[in-house]
Design a protein around this ligand. Structure first.
Ligand code: GLY
Length: 420
């Protein structure tokens, strides 16, 4: 099968690594890929959001299957465009990707399906939003969210009424995130440990992957600004089978059924961002894609053939294709550029990749890297994902942290407390 993978981060390197292990994958292209993916696939310089160019490339190169990593092309309708061109594509339609593309849509669907989530209200008018805040959140925290896609920057956890009013000003009045903030969601703040529950679904059947815990803050001890994710691990000691069953029964399946009933069936990965409060899973958000860096720990543990699973999803035959995972542990540490998630330099040479990769039970997935004059250099905020595997989480942790000691680039920083 000739496969096109859309994206160029650590998630896509992990997907490319897994796709390449399938006997069904004989040619793999990546758009745009990165220096690590280039060892597994032919990289083509097409941006993930350039949907007409992606379709043209797929048609001209007899692509038989498309796998999409990031949310932006899915929210923009890449799956619909590929299907119109008769090219099977793994990922939800534009209408179904609204579960990530619009926070208001997702919350309204949760309310309609009685999915456990924080109480909320949706606003198009800043005066009404301010009045609601003054009435309900005079003395307690809340969360203000931009409705639209905002590259992870649209969520404001507000400790005080002042913070919340500032968030409304920034989003709705100043339009600090453009049209993404024209509509907002205000919700009660929930407290507890978070987990990412990624499920494969063909629109009817849904199969959960092992839950993963993601570290979003830049610094140890969950301090510092939010990032795209600084590391993660699985399995989670607090994700009992009962808890996963409850999440599937109360959250994932009702939402998938509701999407089918409204004529916008959901196919692909449904990623439920959950928080555990009083042993009960509540939904914080849905994402319409594989998580990053969650995928970097899930793919090494996936024992089933990814091409078989993905084609079963697209064919509506997931019930015939069980998904199996190893019982081992995996953890991922992200090596980031100095200054990330703020400003950072790129083009800095990366040393020690080969030595790190030679370690046992270690995988290295590139994120922001490129090849330049025969060397690998930094090309983004999150640069590398160091994945450690082991029979226990502490072994996995030891393997990842030992391997990353070999790697160096100027300004490199990482969290030391992932999976601690
Ligand atoms: N790890 C967070 C995300 O993929 O959105």
């Amino acid at each position: 099968m000739r496969i096109l993978l859309v994206g160029g981060g650590g998630r896509e390197h992990a997907l490319a690594w897994k796709l390449r292990q399938s006997a069904h994958c004989h040619t793999l292209y990546a758009a745009p890929g990165n220096a690590g993916i280039a060892e597994l696939a032919e990289c083509v310089p097409i941006a993930p959001k350039a949907i007409p160019e992606l379709v043209r490339f797929a048609q001209q190169n007899a692509i038989e299957f498309v796998m999409v990593g990031p949310e932006a092309p899915l929210i923009g309708g890449v799956a619909d465009a590929m299907r119109e061109a008769n090219i099977p594509c793994f990922g939800p339609s534009r209408a179904a990707a609204q579960l990530e593309g619009s926070k208001a849509f997702a919350k309204q669907l949760m309310a309609q399906t009685n999915t456990p989530t924080a109480p909320f209200a949706v606003f198009d008018d800043p005066d009404a939003a301010r009045a609601y805040l003054k009435e309900r959140f005079l003395e307690r925290p809340c969360v203000v969210k931009a409705d639209g896609e905002a590259l992870g920057k649209g969520v404001f956890v507000c400790e005080t009424l002042r913070d919340a009013l500032d968030a409304v000003e920034f989003l709705m009045v100043e339009r600090g995130l453009g049209e993404a903030g024209a509509r907002i969601v205000i919700e009660d703040r929930l407290y507890g440990r978070e987990m990412s529950l990624l499920c494969l679904t063909d629109g009817q059947t849904a199969q959960p992957m092992p839950p993963v815990r993601d570290y979003k803050r830049a610094l140890d001890g969950d301090r510092g600004p939010n990032t795209g994710g600084m590391g993660c691990y699985t399995p989670l000691p607090d994700a009992t089978p009962e808890l996963i069953n409850a999440a599937m029964r109360q959250i994932v399946r009702p939402v998938i059924n509701a999407m089918a009933q409204r004529g916008t069936p959901y196919q692909g990965v449904l990623y439920a961002g959950l928080i555990l409060q009083d042993q009960q899973p509540y939904t914080l958000e849905f994402n319409c894609r594989f998580g990053d860096p969650e995928t970097q720990v899930l793919m090494p543990l996936l024992e089933s053939d990814l091409v078989e699973l993905a084609t079963a999803v697209v064919a509506g035959k997931l019930h015939e294709t069980p998904m199996r995972f190893s019982q081992r542990a995996a953890m991922c540490v992200v090596l980031a550029s100095g200054g990330y998630p703020g400003e950072y330099r790129t083009g800095l040479p990366i040393e020690g990749l080969e030595q790190a990769r030679a370690q046992q039970d270690v995988l290295i997935f590139h994120a922001g890297t490129r090849a330049e004059n025969g060397r690998i250099v930094t090309a983004g905020g999150r640069v590398l994902n160091i994945v450690g595997l082991g029979d226990t989480l502490s072994q996995a942790r030891e393997n990842a942290y030992r391997a990353l000691q070999h790697i160096h680039f100027e300004g490199m920083h990482y969290r030391e407390d992932i999976a601690l």
